[in-house]
Write a protein that binds this ligand. Sequence first.
Ligand SMILES: [Zn+2]
Length: 119
Amino acid sequence: MSQQRKQISDLARQERIAFKKHSLLRMHERKINADEVKKEEKAMKCALCNGKMMKGYTHLTYEIDGSFFLVVKDVPAMVCNQCGEAFVEIGVVRVVEKIVEVAKHDGVTLGIVKYKAAA
Ligand SMILES: [Zn+2]
Protein backbone atom coordinates (compact mmCIF):
# COMPACT_ATOMS: atom_id res chain seq x y z
CA MET A 1 0.00 0.00 0.00
CA SER A 2 1.47 3.33 -1.06
CA GLN A 3 1.76 6.22 1.35
CA GLN A 4 -0.94 8.12 -0.48
CA ARG A 5 -3.28 5.17 -0.39
CA LYS A 6 -2.76 4.78 3.33
CA GLN A 7 -3.49 8.46 3.74
CA ILE A 8 -6.66 8.05 1.77
CA SER A 9 -7.90 5.09 3.74
CA ASP A 10 -7.10 6.87 7.01
CA LEU A 11 -9.07 9.87 5.79
CA ALA A 12 -11.89 7.68 4.72
CA ARG A 13 -11.98 5.99 8.11
CA GLN A 14 -12.18 9.32 9.88
CA GLU A 15 -14.89 10.51 7.55
CA ARG A 16 -16.61 7.14 7.77
CA ILE A 17 -16.83 6.82 4.04
CA ALA A 18 -18.01 3.54 2.64
CA PHE A 19 -15.64 2.30 -0.01
CA LYS A 20 -18.15 0.72 -2.25
CA LYS A 21 -18.58 1.42 -5.88
CA HIS A 22 -21.12 4.07 -6.43
CA SER A 23 -23.98 4.04 -8.83
CA LEU A 24 -22.26 6.20 -11.42
CA LEU A 25 -19.46 3.71 -11.85
CA ARG A 26 -21.94 0.90 -11.87
CA MET A 27 -23.87 2.71 -14.57
CA HIS A 28 -20.77 2.63 -16.74
CA GLU A 29 -19.97 -0.96 -15.83
CA ARG A 30 -23.44 -2.15 -16.65
CA LYS A 31 -23.40 -0.05 -19.82
CA ILE A 32 -26.82 1.34 -19.10
CA ASN A 33 -27.77 4.89 -19.87
CA ALA A 34 -29.23 7.63 -17.75
CA ASP A 35 -32.79 6.87 -18.85
CA GLU A 36 -32.50 3.33 -17.56
CA VAL A 37 -31.09 4.60 -14.30
CA LYS A 38 -34.02 7.00 -14.09
CA LYS A 39 -36.42 4.11 -14.63
CA GLU A 40 -34.82 2.23 -11.77
CA GLU A 41 -35.13 5.32 -9.60
CA LYS A 42 -38.79 5.73 -10.46
CA ALA A 43 -39.50 2.16 -9.41
CA MET A 44 -38.32 3.23 -5.93
CA LYS A 45 -37.08 -0.27 -5.29
CA CYS A 46 -33.49 -1.25 -4.78
CA ALA A 47 -32.10 -3.07 -7.83
CA LEU A 48 -29.89 -5.18 -5.57
CA CYS A 49 -32.16 -6.30 -2.74
CA ASN A 50 -35.61 -4.96 -3.66
CA GLY A 51 -35.60 -2.82 -0.54
CA LYS A 52 -37.37 0.51 -0.34
CA MET A 53 -35.52 3.57 -1.65
CA MET A 54 -35.67 6.64 0.60
CA LYS A 55 -34.40 10.18 0.11
CA GLY A 56 -31.00 10.58 1.69
CA TYR A 57 -27.35 11.35 1.05
CA THR A 58 -24.36 9.41 -0.13
CA HIS A 59 -20.66 9.88 -0.86
CA LEU A 60 -19.27 9.45 -4.33
CA THR A 61 -15.64 8.43 -4.59
CA TYR A 62 -13.55 8.92 -7.70
CA GLU A 63 -10.23 7.20 -8.17
CA ILE A 64 -8.44 7.47 -11.46
CA ASP A 65 -5.23 5.55 -12.18
CA GLY A 66 -4.37 5.65 -8.50
CA SER A 67 -3.16 9.23 -8.88
CA PHE A 68 -6.39 11.16 -8.48
CA PHE A 69 -8.73 10.56 -5.62
CA LEU A 70 -11.71 12.71 -4.77
CA VAL A 71 -14.59 12.12 -2.39
CA VAL A 72 -17.74 14.18 -2.90
CA LYS A 73 -19.68 14.18 0.35
CA ASP A 74 -23.36 14.72 1.10
CA VAL A 75 -24.58 14.04 -2.42
CA PRO A 76 -28.40 13.92 -2.54
CA ALA A 77 -29.49 10.39 -3.43
CA MET A 78 -32.10 7.73 -3.04
CA VAL A 79 -30.78 5.29 -0.47
CA CYS A 80 -31.96 1.72 0.10
CA ASN A 81 -33.28 1.23 3.61
CA GLN A 82 -32.13 -2.39 3.60
CA CYS A 83 -28.66 -2.59 2.05
CA GLY A 84 -27.71 1.11 1.92
CA GLU A 85 -27.16 1.10 -1.83
CA ALA A 86 -27.44 4.63 -3.20
CA PHE A 87 -28.78 5.84 -6.52
CA VAL A 88 -27.94 9.33 -7.64
CA GLU A 89 -30.14 11.30 -10.03
CA ILE A 90 -28.60 12.07 -13.39
CA GLY A 91 -28.87 15.83 -12.83
CA VAL A 92 -26.91 15.43 -9.61
CA VAL A 93 -24.40 13.14 -11.33
CA ARG A 94 -23.74 15.87 -13.90
CA VAL A 95 -23.04 18.39 -11.14
CA VAL A 96 -20.69 15.91 -9.43
CA GLU A 97 -18.89 15.28 -12.72
CA LYS A 98 -18.38 19.03 -13.04
CA ILE A 99 -16.96 19.15 -9.50
CA VAL A 100 -14.56 16.33 -10.40
CA GLU A 101 -13.52 18.06 -13.62
CA VAL A 102 -12.80 21.32 -11.79
CA ALA A 103 -10.78 19.49 -9.13
CA LYS A 104 -8.73 17.69 -11.79
CA HIS A 105 -8.21 20.93 -13.68
CA ASP A 106 -7.01 22.58 -10.46
CA GLY A 107 -4.41 19.87 -10.07
CA VAL A 108 -6.04 18.23 -7.06
CA THR A 109 -4.77 14.69 -6.48
CA LEU A 110 -6.45 13.93 -3.18
CA GLY A 111 -9.44 15.65 -1.69
CA ILE A 112 -12.82 15.67 -0.05
CA VAL A 113 -15.46 18.18 -1.09
CA LYS A 114 -19.00 18.73 0.06
CA TYR A 115 -21.56 18.59 -2.71
CA LYS A 116 -23.43 21.66 -1.45
CA ALA A 117 -20.32 23.79 -1.06
CA ALA A 118 -18.99 22.92 -4.51
CA ALA A 119 -22.19 22.70 -6.55
ZN1 LIG B 1 -30.96 -2.64 -1.29
